[in-house]
Design a protein around this ligand. Sequence first.
Ligand code: AMP
Length: 394
Amino acid sequence: MKILIINSGSSSIKYQLLEMPSAKIICLGTIERIASTEAISTYKTDTHKVEKTYEIATHKAGLERITSLLLDAEMGVINSTEDIDAIGHRVVHGGKDYVDTTLINEEVKKKIKSLFPLAPLHNPANLEGILMAEEIFESAKQIVVFDTAFHGTLPIKAKKYAVPNVLFNEKRIQAYGFHGTSHKYVSEKANEYLGNQNTKLISIHLGNGCSITAIKDGKSVDHSMGFAPSNGLVMGTRSGDIDHAIIFYMVKTLGYELDEVSELLNKESGMLGLTGYNDLRDIEEEAGKGNKDCIIALEMNAYRIKKYIGAYTASMNGLDAIIFTAGIGENSSLMRQLVCKDMEYFNFHLDDSKNELRSKNTREINTTNSKVKILVIPTNEELEIAKQVYALLN
Ligand code: AMP
């Protein structure tokens, strides 16, 4: 069965075509900077690798570009759009009603739309991807996997906010949790590696968005993002935890418009707000040259993660392993070192030389006397989505 995975973001589309159940990757790529004259398209198969810059004005044009690559006479991997059996779409917010992988129908699309206010950076682009795919791949089954799904197991004490009950009962105000596909994938890999399903894990997803999850016996029991993907860790452009009084102060006393505050906290804060850069590679390089803002921002980022590790160890009453994953977690030995520094009390000890090793596989980077394991596990949200789509259809 050929399953195409589409992860449609605000200005990008990531895609991967897999043969299931063997999980063989037939091709993969991205379209970045949609809506610009210099959109970058990448496409990779076993035999070809291309990167080109085009004018790609819309998501539809992006998906058409991907389709023409898949069908290309020389580099293509399918003969007709009908060769695609199913399309798996990543949707960030599924709200209260959708925790399972779901076949898309009109009602599901309406629901995704009704959740735009809760995930304004993500759900509109996700729905756009679905609508375009329905047009182009008419015969394929369209299926959605929600990023909130894995957190459906959050206990009530972790998902309720301490506000009047009417907001929880009638207005859907609660913590939903995000990056669920990634946290699920890496925690299952960790349990496989540890040879034990009854574990206490902390999964640390550090990419453009960052979040941390406490996972007990394979279930999400606490998580740093909440009602929207904005709470918790310091991210590329999002602030993570702040005192909500700051928002009222900015509006009432400093004269900001509410939309300006939202823009500022979601798109101009985090590492970008602290340093002027949002790519951690640039920040590490600047810190190496002595840039004080960059040094402080790295310390703040690691400090926030440490605090969550402490909290989640307490909430699970123990810890078997922490997992680093996603762009920063998998690649930044410096961030891992800052997080693991001075954590002897928690019984984890980083092996500095193992920390520097690079690999695409699960790896253990703690010393042999470390009671808590420190794992680096490359995430694979596309494979996880493909597995769920395959399971739904078979
Ligand atoms: P993701 O959202 O998982 O694709 O992660 C993207 C982020 O990973 C980028 O913004 C970079 O900050 C970070 N990243 C990728 N490669 C490296 C690296 N070699 N060192 C440090 N950070 C990296």
